[in-house]
Design a protein around this ligand. Structure first.
Ligand code: DGL
Length: 269
């Protein structure tokens, strides 16, 4: 039993897809969330810059007394997870492996699509992880750099002509390639799931990386005997810029009040 909080971070709103699932399957856990809104998007950055940002994000998370960290960001998971786990003496979970295990289990025709940021696709980390699980699976990858700025601006709902046009351009090649599973390899993308599902059609299963990471967290806390006692867990939200905008969109997405969002100077970490 351990009542300390779990730290969850992302470049912005995307990691809330993990938070939503954690609050549903681990309702007793306290969560401290950090969204690096002053530096979002991460997806076009170099490996070196991402490593620097990731280390600062973890240092900020560790300024609290936390028991585990969920890197609810595909871009940081693909670029910095080995360094972060080697440098820190607490469980740090990324989004790649849980999503890839789920994709390999679900695909029937062994053709899996991956959409993610350019920085994630460049590493080949998702394709590598799937091949480790099942060498017969072919992974067809596509970077979707416009998705994150659209989501951060609240443009993710079906019926929005801009986001629908962008989604068709990115996704039609994957549909034509006949994938039967599509990994939403950036945690922002599940906010676009209704739009993505409309293009891909009902026969393609979508994998929500944030949600899969939440299940992984549950397994990890259970196996290490780190679950919180039975109670209603609380959430603290911190961002590095525009706390009001974040609070508004986060509240809409989580379907709960996000009344106060703390502003943090991440460069100090
Ligand atoms: N949500 C993050 C990811 O999963 C970051 C996206 C970005 O900031 O470009 O990749």
């Amino acid at each position: 039993m351990d009542n300390r909080a779990v730290g969850v971070f992302d470049s912005g709103l995307g990691g809330l897809t993990a938070v939503r699932q954690i609050r549903s399957i681990l309702p007793s856990e306290d969560i401290i969330y950090f969204g690096d809104t002053s530096r979002v998007p991460y997806g076009g950055r170099s490996h070196e810059t991402l490593l620097k940002f990731a280390r600062q994000d973890v240092r900020f998370m560790r300024s609290f007394d936390i028991k585990a960290i969920v890197v609810a960001c595909g871009t940081v998971s693909t670029n910095a997870l080995p360094e972060l786990t080697a440098e820190n003496d607490l469980p740090i979970l990324g989004v790649v492996d849980p999503a890839c295990r789920r994709a390999a289990a679900l695909t029937r025709n062994k053709r899996v699509g991956l959409i993610a940021t350019a920085a994630s696709v460049r590493t080949g980390a998702y394709a590598y992880a799937i091949r480790q699980i099942d060498g017969d699976v072919e992974v067809i990858s596509k970077a979707c750099p416009l998705f994150v700025p659209l989501v951060e601006n609240g443009r993710y709902r079906p019926g929005d002509i801009v986001v629908e046009t962008v989604a068709r351009e990115y996704l039609e090649p994957l549909k034509a390639a006949g994938v039967d599973v599509l990994i939403l390899g950036c945690t922002h993308y599940p906010l676009l799931a209704p739009v993505i599902a409309e293009v891909m059609g009902p026969e393609v299963r979508l994998i929500d990386t944030g949600a899969q990471a939440a299940w992984e967290l549950k397994r990890e806390l259970e196996s290490r005997d780190l679950l919180a006692e039975d109670r209603r867990g609380r959430a603290l939200y911190c961002v590095s810029d525009r706390p009001e905008d974040f609070g508004l969109l986060a509240g809409q997405f989580l379907q709960e009040d996000v009344p106060s969002v703390r502003e943090v100077d991440i460069e100090q970490y």
